[in-house]
Design a protein around this ligand. Structure first.
Ligand code: PMP
Length: 430
């Protein structure tokens, strides 16, 4: 990682000016320090502007109706799809709009379930799982990439197995040959942990999965906002992500699936807009991606997401990564100098994103969060919807600061200063 690509102070100031919320003053007049981007990112003005432009000039339901407005809306929706797909290194027909990462994984699980219950054979059988089959996940997963797979295992009789994490929350690749075997059908893993921040080395997982004919599912919710992403180069079969973590609006996200797989996969959600011919007994389905987009779609949000991606592209994801790497290094170096703290993740900025979870010895994360909040610093406390990885690292919850491309060195220093006072404030370690 070359930190020389990091933003200059002038560039960073110009970027911050694009994000109205970053100028927010708290009730006590303090400046907000927003260190909760891993939960949701702030949005540049262009995102709201793109959505307003769509609402005021082109709003209509897409892929329906003969009127011109519907055609305009459809054009905007499909242009948004092309923009998002391009960002991922995919083609537009490989990108299904969903309401977010969670919805994308549930859609996949519903599709696997539909295939597993279909005894008539055909191309959907490659998505069927049953007794004796294995679904592999990891201990680093967000609940949204774990609980749906638990359900698939329970309903089909398949076995759920997982790769454990090490003491820094990194997925243990040395366990691959024990966990991924001939009966493995699915290998689902996060691209980067929202707790440890560790970036997953994807190639060994994909190699092991493909060797035994298993399909790979990458949760890119935390990876996509922070690093250049190319699903083709990573060779994953499916990937899921959320717009709201990458400068975009709520309520929209994507499911990438390799073209050949989406062609063969049965839909997991059924209703309007995804069918061809419907009789009282049965229905035929559209080709992908429409087959997986049942119901009226979040077109305005898709347009907003595409604007967020255009903003990221203008900046360049290599520069976003370099900027965050430099700031993460500063944060980790500062934390290492404060006694009584344990970083629940890799201690170096290489191979991780800027989501940094802490154990503050003797202080409950909720107390730490309140102290930091009183200083104007917004962090996340709790288990961050990832209980197993916390348990594996010997804690039940943590205090997490997470960086976005708009954070400054000064903000990191304010956090370091505040966090260095937490233990003495609560009378610990005196
Ligand atoms: N996976 C990871 C790694 C996440 O960090 C999150 C959000 N915290 C999700 C999945 C779920 O994303 P969403 O709530 O947008 O569906």
């Amino acid at each position: 990682m070359t930190d020389s690509l990091a933003l200059s102070d002038i560039e960073l100031a110009a970027i911050r000016a694009d994000f109205p919320l970053l100028g927010h003053r708290l009730a006590d007049g303090k400046e907000l320090v927003y260190l909760d981007t891993a939960a949701t990112s702030q949005r540049p003005r262009v995102v709201e502007e793109a959505m307003r432009e769509f609402t005021e000039n082109h709003n209509a339901a897409v892929h329906r109706g003969a009127h011109q407005l519907a055609a305009e809306a459809t054009l905007a929706y499909e242009a948004a799809r092309a923009g998002v797909a391009d960002f991922l290194g995919a083609s537009p027909e490989e990108l299904v709009f969903t309401s977010g990462t969670t919805a994308g994984i549930n859609l996949l699980v519903a599709s696997f379930l539909a295939a597993s219950g279909n005894k008539s054979g055909g191309s959907s059988q490659r998505f069927a799982v049953g007794p004796g089959d294995r679904i592999v996940v990891t201990e680093a997963e967000h609940h949204s990439n774990l609980v749906p797979w638990q359900r698939l295992a329970q309903l089909t009789g398949a076995e759920l197995a997982w790769l454990p994490v090490d003491s820094a929350g990194r997925i243990r690749l040395d366990e691959i040959s024990r966990v991924i075997g001939p009966r493995s059908r699915i290998v689902a893993f996060t691209g980067a942990s929202n707790v440890s921040g560790a970036v997953t080395p994807v190639a060994p997982l994909v190699d092991a999965a493909h060797q035994v004919g298993a399909l790979t599912v990458m949760d890119a919710a935390q990876l996509a906002p922070h690093q250049p992403l190319d699903v083709g180069a990573l060779r994953v079969d499916f990937a899921v992500l959320s717009a709201h973590k990458m400068l975009g609006p709520n309520g929209i996200g994507g499911l990438y699936g390799r073209a050949e797989l989406l062609q063969a996969m049965p839909p997991g959600s059924l209703g309007g807009s995804m069918v061809e011919i419907v009789t009282m007994r049965e229905a035929t389905f559209q080709p992908p991606p429409a087959r997986f987009e049942a119901g009226t779609q979040a077109v305005t949000q898709a347009v907003g997401w595409a604007a967020a991606i255009a903003y990221l592209n203008d900046l360049g994801m290599d520069r976003v990564a370099a900027q965050e790497h430099a700031l993460t290094s500063r944060l980790l170096a500062g934390l290492a100098r404060i006694p009584g703290l344990r970083v629940l993740g890799p201690a170096e900025a290489d191979g991780r994103i800027g989501a940094v979870a802490l154990e503050i010895e003797g202080v409950h994360p909720h107390d730490a969060g309140q102290f930091l909040d009183a200083e104007g610093i917004a962090v996340r406390v709790g288990h961050h919807c990832a209980q197993p990885i916390h348990r594996a690292m010997g804690v039940t919850s943590s205090t997490r600061a997470s960086l976005g491309l708009y954070n400054t060195a000064l903000e990191v220093d304010r956090f370091l200063d505040a966090v260095s006072q937490v233990r003495s404030y609560f009378g610990v370690g005196r």
